[in-house]
Every structure is written in structure tokens, then in C-alpha cells.
Design a protein around this ligand. Structure first.
Ligand code: PMV
Length: 326
């Protein structure tokens, strides 16, 4: 028996991915850009040589249905590329509440792709790992990389992958405002499908996202935190607007989320540089300069914005942390 263990961290999109052009290959309708964090890692071990089927354990519970099918898709991809056929025993541990819009699936599939490639002896560079991780969960292709990464939408399996971006601006922080750790009512996969199929705003989202991503990439190249932040907030609100237009509508944001967006705007009016974003769940993440994070958390508390705050910074990419056996 041999075991490879990898760890990966969640990433939060500054320019969002919402909507697929190809459901099976997970080719997105838009490119996106994210910050990999230094909190809430997932650790995943892939063992070969003692199973007569794939077994997937997440936080001590055997997965079935859609979630285990997605793991199998990634394992099948690694088996096809490595030319090996053994089944795998996968054990994964999250340190973040699963499916609460805190990007647990991004960390999980980046760690899985990295551990599986190593276990099956596949010589994969980061680009290939990004393409493999993408097949489990689109956003996972960005968690292969540290800090800032851009996922180029591409048009097929070969051309849809993330790559790292350089940043020479001031150190960034992402304050996570946890307003709920409940599992989301609708998966991002189902919600995207419904938005693509029924929201009259979806074409406008795709169209405006392409321009926003170019402007955001320029802001990254310039190390310009404020333009990056303004575009981050725009991208989030436009993504949620596209979901509001779906039939039936999708609303991940709660009253507490909206109150946090308002509180961040209030701090900005007072001269603090802070920008809010939110994903497929009610939790709000606030992008700022690392030097300002303590003042921003204090400001939010003094306004009465009620949440648990976790201050994160740029984190590492996915990597192997242990190997056992031959
Ligand atoms: O990769 P998924 O299926 O978990 O979708 C992620 C979608 C958002 O988190 C809302 C946006 C993004 O780009 O991460």
C-alpha cells in the first residue's frame, strides 16, 4: 500500500466565476481571478492497493451520490493520464464548515488532484494539476496556486486552467465575516445551471465580466489595491444580480450579509479602504490592506455589524506534505 497526502487552502474570487459553457468538462463562461488564503486548509490522503472500489471519506463520513461522483471524476482523470487502474481510498479533512460559501470545495479538489497525481505516479506540472482539479470543482483550479491566480476560461480541457499572478502592491488581507455556517440550500452547480438557463441578465454578466477581468488584471499588475477592491465588489454584486434574475430566483445573501456590505460602505465613507464580496452563501469577505485589517474589524464591530471575523492573508498553493509506502 502507498499513501500520498496533500494540503490546499481555499481561494476567494475577486472576479467571480459563475456559469459554465461546458457542464461536463467544467469550462466556465467567464474567466476569474482569486486570492488563495492562509486559513482553513483541507488535507487529503490518497491510498492505493487495498480497495476493490473507490472509497471517499470526508471528515469521517463516507461520501455518496454527487459528491463522491465528483471525486471519482478526478480519480478517473488521474488514472487515465497515468495509465494505471487501481481503486483509491481517499480520506479528506476540512477545517472549514463544508458547503457554507467558504470555498471548502476549492481547497478539497486542489488537495485531491495533488495527492492523487502523486499517488498514481503522474508527473503533473501545476498547469496539469489545475486542469485536473477543475474537473472536481471549477474554482479548485485556482487553489493549486498561492496568492493571486487567474483562471483563463479557455474553450476546452487543454486551454482552461489557472495561472499565478505577480503582486508588488501592499500586503493584502481578506477579513472573513462569518454570519452563518449552515449548509447552503442550493449547490453552486445547480444555481449556476439555473442562472444560465433562466436569467435574462446572464448574457450581460458574461459580457461585463470579460471587461472587468481585464481591468482587474491591470490593477493587479499595477499593485493598485483600491481599483482591485472596487472591481471586486462590482463583480460580486453583478454575480448575485444575475442570480436574482433566475426563475425561480436564487438568493444566497441574507439580511446579515447585506448589513455587512452596508457597514463596509460606511467605513469607506469614513476614509477606510475596504471592499466586500460574497459567494454561494451568506458569508461576506472583505478585501483590504493587511495594515488596515485591525482598524476595519474594530470599525465593523463599533457600527454593530454582527459577525465572527477571521483575518486571512495570502496563502500557499497546494502541495504534498507526506508520502508513505512504495
Ligand atoms: O467551483 P464551484 O462550483 O464551487 O463554484 C464557485 C462559485 C463562486 O464561489 C460563487 C465564485 C468563484 O469564482 O469562486
Amino acid at each position: 500500500m502507498s499513501t500520498s497526502t496533500a494540503t490546499a487552502h481555499p481561494n476567494i474570487a475577486l472576479a467571480k466565476y459563475w456559469g459554465k459553457r461546458d457542464e461536463e468538462l467544467i469550462i466556465p463562461a467567464t474567466g476569474s481571478l482569486s486570492l488563495t488564503l492562509d486559513v482553513f486548509p483541507t488535507t487529503t490522503s490518497v491510498s492505493l492497493g487495498h480497495s476493490d472500489d473507490d472509497v471517499v471519506m470526508l471528515d469521517g463520513v463516507a461520501l455518496s451520490g454527487e459528491e463522491s461522483a465528483r471525486v471519482r471524476t478526478v480519480l478517473d482523470r488521474v488514472r487515465a493520464l497515468s495509465g494505471r487502474a487501481e481503486y483509491a481510498h481517499v480520506v479528506s479533512a476540512n477545517t472549514v464548515p463544508t458547503a457554507a460559501g467558504l470555498a471548502s470545495s476549492a481547497a478539497a479538489f486542489a488537495a485531491l488532484a495533488t495527492a492523487a497525481a502523486d499517488a498514481y505516479g503522474l508527473e503533473a506540472d501545476d498547469r496539469m494539476l489545475s486542469r485536473i482539479a477543475r474537473r472536481g470543482s471549477g474554482s479548485a483550479c485556482r487553489s493549486v496556486f498561492p496568492a493571486l491566480a487567474r483562471w483563463n476560461a479557455g474553450t476546452d480541457d487543454l486551454t482552461s486552467f489557472a495561472e499565478p499572478l505577480d503582486w508588488s502592491g501592499p500586503e493584502l488581507a481578506m477579513i472573513i465575516g462569518v454570519v452563518s455556517t449552515k449548509r447552503k440550500a442550493i449547490s453552486s452547480r445547480a444555481a449556476m445551471q439555473r442562472t444560465v438557463q433562466s436569467s435574462p441578465y446572464f448574457p450581460a454578466w458574461v459580457d461585463s465580466s470579460a471587461r472587468l477581468l481585464e481591468r482587474m488584471s491591470d490593477a493587479v499588475a499595477d499593485g493598485d489595491v483600491d481599483t482591485l477592491g472596487e472591481l471586486t465588489e462590482q463583480s460580486a454584486l453583478r454575480m448575485h444580480a444575475s442570480m436574482f434574475g433566475a426563475v425561480p430566483p436564487i438568493r444566497y445573501l441574507s439580511q446579515a450579509s447585506i448589513a455587512l456590505f452596508d457597514a463596509v460602505a460606511e467605513l469607506r465613507a469614513d476614509g477606510l479602504s475596504a471592499y466586500a464580496t460574497a459567494d454561494a452563501g451568506p458569508n461576506v469577505k472583505i478585501l483590504c490592506r493587511a495594515d488596515d485589517s485591525a482598524a476595519i474589524v474594530e470599525g465593523l464591530r463599533s457600527i454593530g455589524a454582527d459577525a465572527e471575523y477571521v483575518v486571512a492573508h495570502a496563502g500557499p498553493g497546494a502541495r504534498i506534505i507526506e508520502r508513505e509506502g512504495a
